[in-house]
Design a binder for this molecule. Structure first.
Ligand SMILES: C[S@@+](CC[C@H](N)C(=O)[O-])C[C@H]1O[C@@H](n2cnc3c(N)ncnc32)[C@H](O)[C@@H]1O
Length: 252
């Protein structure tokens, strides 16, 4: 989390200058982009697919009217593809990500499956290249904890949504259930970096991903940050024993 007083923030368990974090995060996703989807399946035993489908079922893109959606930190397109499948012919989705390597994989996956209603755009969640009050929906899945200035990203989400627009965020959380927390920690700190080393050739990047979950604010605190950005009806729904909360809010 950003410490405004001394200009530092977390990069996993390290403390770095805020200005340094994004470059470090970009190195992580540049390194893992080609193996990112396979690793998600292996690390979560396919569960990330269910979590993303639940996110989209909460968004409920309409079948019979225009719906303009932005999936921020959209990476290889998983959430965007599900929104297009759930929506109607007037649903359009922009996948925005700061990392060109992740977007390249997304474009390849989309080609042949989806045409006009999907766009892949390079951009920063902290300064969206999007007009004020122009979108019906905003999602960010497993992205917000990588963004150096979370408060700026939330303010941008609020700026670009129309009144009545929906904000949804899927993010990992620490587990507080006694017993499950020890199992989760053992799996996270031992199995995931080893898997990252074997499959993606990069244990350090997966160590960062695990550590960054531990540094991300607890759901109640993150919900307060969403409210401070101006959102209303802020709520969170725990999935899989609290491993993954979905945060939901509205711009009114
Ligand atoms: C763990 S991946 C999530 C990808 C995808 N949403 C999913 O659920 O599979 C995190 C993504 O956040 C992107 N990211 C990190 N910092 C960002 C920023 N400041 N603005 C936009 N995207 C960012 C990374 O490039 C990466 O693609």
């Amino acid at each position: 989390m950003t410490r405004e007083s001394d200009g530092t923030t977390d990069f996993g368990f390290e403390t770095v200058a805020i200005g340094e974090k994004q470059a470090r995060v970009n190195d992580v996703f540049r390194s893992v982009a080609r193996r990112y989807d396979l690793m998600n399946d292996l690390m979560s035993a396919g569960l990330h697919r269910t979590w993303k489908s639940i996110l989209v079922s909460m968004l409920r893109p309409p079948k019979n009217r225009p719906f303009r959606h932005l999936d921020v930190a959209g990476g290889t397109g998983d959430v965007a593809f599900r929104i297009l499948e759930a929506g109607g012919p007037q649903t359009s989705v922009t996948v925005l990500d700061i990392n060109g390597d992740m977007l390249s994989v997304g474009r390849e996956r989309a080609s042949g499956r989806y045409g006009g209603p999907i766009a892949f755009v390079a951009g920063n969640a902290e300064a969206l290249p999007v007009e004020d009050r122009s979108l019906d929906g905003y999602t960010i899945a497993f992205g917000i904890r990588n963004v150096p200035r979370i408060d700026l990203a939330l303010a941008e989400a609020h700026r670009v949504l129309k009144p009545g627009g929906r904000f949804l965020c899927l993010e990992f959380s620490k587990v507080d259930v006694p017993g499950l927390d020890a199992v989760y920690d053992a799996y996270s700190f031992n199995v995931i970096p080893a898997l990252g080393g074997a499959v993606a050739g990069d244990a350090d990047s997966y160590r960062y991903l695990v550590e960054s979950i531990r540094r991300f604010p607890a759901p109640a605190r993150f919900a307060r940050m969403i409210g401070e950005a101006g959102f209303a009806r802020v709520a969170h729904r725990p999935l899989t024993g609290g491993v993954v909360p979905i945060h939901s809010a509205w711009k009114i």
